[in-house]
Design a protein around this ligand. Structure first.
Ligand code: ZN
Length: 466
């Protein structure tokens, strides 16, 4: 079982100065290594279909002139072979270039000693923290080159500006480094932190990350306990009694199938108004002025506050839902469909007619996207923790069909009330929640074959226009 615990650090002035200096040095190192990787990449790549593979833009010798042919093992090898003897030992030589491929990470790790010679300030940094910077470069490239299990790749690794590189990592921080509200960070010293909750017994600290946020430094500990088995889905069987269906929306944050609902909290709206006011004030001040810098930090703190309020609200709602039921049915939102841009409407003479994109891009949409997808993630996490269950259901047609008779009752987005010829008359979102639950339980199905490709939104708009 893996957990992450976060603690607020209380460094002294001197420690704070060291940490800020380290952060800057780490960022410089990151950017340098990233640039080095790009240089090597652009020099050695060859288009497979038009050139022979062994041709490179720059002569190979020039690329490899800085790369040692071999690296020498400094310490005794600890890997043991089948006979129980170490496979490698001190002084062994390993080739850096294997079949024309270079282990860039190893080369860059080996090159750190040159960095320390050229820039003596790097000698002060704890060596494992510096090595972790190179691991980050490697990870950034790995995520860029190879897709994850969902087939998504991250973007091209970027050079990090001052505000985009905010943390450094101690990869071998352990329980022994932590004692009564102090953490022993090599090179920085004993740093005090607020131990608002103890590390659960039996858990081992695997690594620690020091992060700078708007209101100061934080320590994130990755904890692991291998004896606690990861709970598999206990496959609670959903029944009418133990489950609820929820519908999320713009009017109300969510509506349950029993009619209870939760409003979008006002404090988030208020905070966003305050944010807009600060942004306006900031834009009127001259660059580099003292007041502008103060506003920057005020804005950063407000962003942080909004994020925390929202997260807290999501947790409260998630626990409330699971106090009512064992299984929760949610919409399987296709966020890509929601964020998709409207089709352009050319009039045939080189002019584009209005396509309502401005309305679609409104604030409401982004609230919906950001708010609900992270809420669903939190809901699933809470379900996992409590041993309960979340089931995603295809929401197609749930807003347009009647839960009682399953007939289609077309309505536009602004119609908030659902009234059907069968006698059902209730709030639109409650109807969707009820229908979602029935669909999830397998007690109902909606004929979706001919219009399967369309989103409910476009159907409702067309019915309104037609
Ligand atoms: Zn009906």
């Amino acid at each position: 079982m893996k957990l992450t615990y976060r603690y607020k650090l209380r460094p002294t002035k001197e420690q704070n100065a060291i940490m800020i200096e380290w952060l800057n040095l780490c960022r410089r190192q990151y950017n340098y290594r990233l640039g080095q990787r790009y240089q090597w990449f652009s020099a050695t790549r060859t288009p497979v279909n038009s050139c022979p593979l062994n041709i490179s833009v720059v002569p190979i010798d020039r690329i490899y002139q800085d790369i040692p042919e071999y690296r020498t093992q400094v310490r005794d090898g600890r890997k043991l072979g089948e006979d129980g003897l170490p496979i490698t030992k001190k002084g062994d030589k390993h080739p850096n270039i294997v079949c024309g491929y270079v282990q860039w990470q190893t080369v860059q790790l080996g090159d750190l000693k040159n960095t320390k010679k050229l820039f003596p300030e790097y000698k002060k940094i704890y060596s494992q923290v510096l090595q972790d910077v190179i691991k980050r470069v490697e990870t950034a490239f790995a995520n860029f080159m190879t897709p994850d299990k969902n087939g998504n790749r991250s973007g091209k690794p970027k050079f990090k500006g001052l505000h985009y590189y905010k943390s450094f990592t101690y990869p071998q921080l352990r329980n022994k480094h932590i004692s009564d509200s102090h953490v022993d960070l090599s090179g920085i010293g004993q740093v005090e932190f607020v131990q608002h909750r103890p590390i659960p017994t039996g858990f081992i600290v695997k690594l620690g990350t020091i992060k700078l946020e708007a209101d100061g430094w934080y320590l994130s500990l990755a904890l692991e306990d291998k004896t606690v088995p990861v709970k598999e889905d206990e496959e609670i069987c959903p029944t009418i009694k133990n489950s609820i269906g929820i519908d999320v929306g713009l009017e109300r944050f969510l509506t349950c199938d029993d009619g209870s609902y939760i409003e979008i909290p006002k404090f988030l709206r208020k905070a966003s108004q305050r944010l807009a006011r600060l942004q306006r004030a900031k834009s009127k001040l001259p660059n580099q002025s003292k007041d502008k810098k103060k506003l920057y930090s005020a804005i950063a703190k407000l962003h942080q506050k909004i994020a925390r309020q929202r997260q807290d609200f999501h947790f409260v709602v998630a626990y409330w839902l699971f106090s009512k039921a064992e299984v929760v049915f949610i919409e399987d939102l296709k966020l890509k469909n929601l964020i998709r841009r409207n089709k352009p409407k050319p009039n045939g003479q080189g002019v584009f007619l209005p396509n309502r994109q401005a309305q679609s891009s409104g604030m409401n949409k982004s609230w919906l996207d950001a708010g609900h997808s992270s809420f669903f993630e939190i809901l699933e996490w809470v379900a996992w923790k409590l041993g309960k269950r979340v089931i995603r259901v295809d929401p197609w047609g749930t807003s347009q069909h009647c839960y009682a008779c399953l007939n289609q009752v077309p309505k536009s987005l602004s119609e908030r009330w659902h009234s059907c010829s069968c006698g059902a008359s209730l709030n639109r979102d409650e109807n969707s929640g009820k229908l979602l639950k029935l669909l999830g339980l397998g007690l109902a199905s909606i004929e979706t074959a001919p219009q399967r490709e369309r989103s409910p939104l476009s159907v409702s708009l067309e019915t309104k226009v037609g």
